[in-house]
Design a protein around this ligand. Structure first.
Ligand SMILES: [Zn+2]
Ligand SMILES: [Zn+2]
Length: 296
């Protein structure tokens, strides 16, 4: 709970106090670096690599991504993977840890309650409930991964200490360290939390659908850049193992670009790719056997 509330409180206090005064170029640089590092840690590492095995890597790469993903302060890696695999196993049905559609009643009130639950409410209610021994057995059996999981509190301290250190070094001042901590630490964690949670809430509620999948997942274009491509979430539910979530040329997917770069440099292999033919086949199959579309 502290992890959710503290960044919010610090940002709420810091923005009015520091706006226009203490936001220097070093803060922008540290913010961007930390956002990119922890962001790809979650999207490429936690999600596409560890949860869905969309590509293969060396052990050292796996551990590195597990560590930088933990910098995003979204819970220990094994819990994250277990919760997310459970979400895919029961999407928008009983057992889904963060569906906006299950058990929140009808009407506008039910919709708002559902969105709140999918966005942050679930963190207090169902977060970490997915049994790791059932949903993340492969990670539990990996000693290195268990160690990274246990060291989560230490990585959280690094997630705050590193931007402070960088801010201090870049400006050679204590003030730079403090603003580095606020913007590169708390503000970055705050923003990244809400972008990630928007994939759970917004991308199961508003937006466009293409395939006839049995859930409410959607593609949301305006979240594509801040979420590093994760908001093509409907495509992802249609083809969960695909390394790319943006399936068309205009569907911007920075995470897929990084995975492609890793493949070209030999850091990743066996990258799961869904060919245009396979996408067409799924669309044609869906058109042949349409399900009654559920209201989104
Ligand atoms: Zn989903
Ligand atoms: Zn997923």
């Amino acid at each position: 709970m502290t992890a959710v509330l503290l960044p919010f409180v610090v940002v709420a206090i810091a923005v009015p106090l520091l706006w226009g005064d203490l936001v220097g170029w070093s803060d922008v640089a540290v913010f961007a670096l930390m956002y990119i590092l922890s962001g790809f840690g979650v999207t490429v590492g936690f999600h596409r690599m560890l949860t869905h095995r969309a590509f293969q890597v060396h052990k050292a790469t796996r551990y590195l991504f597990a560590i930088i993903g933990s910098l995003s302060v979204q819970g220990p890696v094994i819990d994250w993977v277990a919760d997310h695999r459970k979400h895919h196993a029961h999407t928008d049905q009983e057992g889904d840890p963060h569906s906006p559609h299950v058990g929140h009643g009808a009407g506008v009130k039910g919709a708002l309650k559902g969105l709140w639950h999918a966005h942050v409410g679930w963190l207090w209610r169902t977060h970490g409930e997915a049994r790791a021994s059932k949903y993340a057995k492969d990670l539990v059996e990996d000693r290195g991964m268990r160690l990274i999981n246990r060291r989560f509190p230490l990585i959280v301290l690094v997630s705050l200490g590193l931007p402070a250190l960088l801010g201090g070094l870049l400006t050679m001042s204590a003030k730079g360290a403090l603003t580095g901590l606020i913007w590169g630490g708390f503000a970055r964690i705050f923003l990244q939390h809400h972008v990630t949670w928007s994939v759970n809430s917004v991308c199961h509620f508003f937006g466009k659908r293409r395939f006839d999948v049995e859930d409410h997942s959607t593609n949301v274009f305006w979240l594509a850049l801040p979420s590093f491509g994760e908001s093509w979430h409907h495509n992802h539910h249609a083809f969960p193992r695909s390394a790319a979530h943006g399936l068309r040329w205009y569907e911007l997917d920075p995470s897929a670009m990084l995975i492609a770069l890793m493949r070209r440099t030999g850091l990743a292999w066996d990258v799961v790719r869904i060919t245009p033919e396979r996408q067409q086949a799924k669309l044609a199959q869906d058109a042949e056997h349409p399900r009654v579309a559920e209201p989104v």
